[in-house]
Write a protein that binds this ligand. Structure first.
Ligand SMILES: C[S@@+](CC[C@H](N)C(=O)[O-])C[C@H]1O[C@@H](n2cnc3c(N)ncnc32)[C@H](O)[C@@H]1O
Length: 280
């Protein structure tokens, strides 16, 4: 997947871009959106954890960890490879003593003899080695345990603004930016994620008989960003962090010019796309 927000077209992806977030950890924490309580409830209802622990993969600064930790009564182990992200994660989860942070890529992390009732990955599954991620999830899960994968794509409401931003992206060689999709292309049925089985990650896992009970849910809310907040959000994305400083400044400046000429804000549909499956 080339977009941080959409579960389409996962590979090929430049996985080195998944290692850039620590350089902007505080900015990431300030600018990135979180995940709604409705999504957390849907995951926990599906997982029916009982007294089993949960595992989070690529926890970052805790955007998903905090709402899950608030709802969970069992231990939540967070695996995050970047020490700078993990430092912010530890700070954000300090009020939740049942959260444990382990600094490691998921590929190198060992579950020991613990098997989890839930493995969750918020905007991170695409960064895990595509040749190993399903094996790693399977190994970490107890029989019947749930795997919850989710992302925050968005769509731009105003077609004129969408077209003008697309022109900036073309000029700067940027693809799959958060404003690359028009809100209307997502349809208008709340909770509905059409053709889930035709999309990644279901495509990977539907053929894997170690997993069953595939489900998908789409949560939707309205969002507004002023120019500065939207630029801060863009600057936290791997595709912008990975640009040279000069190129990033030019791309963001041109984006700001377009936003400012369209009322200095961007009105979006923010989606939270959730994919659920269960280990046999
Ligand atoms: C877009 S951030 C998502 C962070 C957080 N889950 C959130 O929703 O804000 C992706 C995270 O995945 C982590 N990551 C990248 N490669 C990883 C790997 N191989 N194993 C585990 N986490 C990884 C990054 O360090 C980063 O914190």
């Amino acid at each position: 997947m080339n977009s941080p927000g959409s579960p389409d077209s996962p590979d090929p992806i430049d996985r080195t871009r998944g290692q850039v977030f620590g350089g902007v950890a505080e900015m990431y924490d300030a600018a990135r959106p979180g995940y709604p309580d409705t999504l957390v409830s849907a995951v926990l209802d599906y997982a029916a954890l009982g007294d089993r622990p949960a595992l989070e993969v690529g926890a970052g600064t805790g955007k998903a960890t905090v709402p899950f930790a608030t709802a969970l009564r069992t231990p939540l182990v967070c695996v995050e490879p970047d020490a700078r992200m993990a430092e912010v994660l530890r700070r954000n989860t300090a009020p939740h003593p049942h959260v444990r942070v382990e600094v490691s890529p998921f590929e190198d992390w060992q579950p020991g003899d613990i098997r989890f009732g839930l493995v969750l990955a918020a905007t991170s599954w695409h960064w895990i080695d595509p040749n190993r991620r399903w094996d790693l999830a399977h190994r970490a899960l107890a029989p019947g345990g749930a795997l919850a994968l989710f992302w925050n794509p968005m769509g731009v409401r105003d077609p004129g603004l969408h077209a003008a931003l697309a022109e900036v992206d073309r000029r700067h060689g940027l693809t799959h930016t958060p404003h690359a999709v028009l809100a209307s292309s997502y349809g208008d049925t709340p909770g509905h994620w059409p053709d889930m089985l035709g999309h990644w990650p279901a495509l990977d896992c539907a053929q894997d008989d170690r997993f069953t009970d595939l489900r998908s849910l789409r949560f939707r809310e309205e969002g507004y960003y002023g120019t500065d907040d939207y630029l801060a959000y863009l600057a936290s994305l791997s595709m912008y962090v990975s640009l040279s400083a000069d190129h990033r400044t030019r791309a963001l400046t041109d984006t700001a010019t377009v936003l400012d000429s369209h009322g200095a804000h961007i009105h979006v549909d923010r989606l939270h796309d959730l994919f659920l499956t269960r280990r046999h």
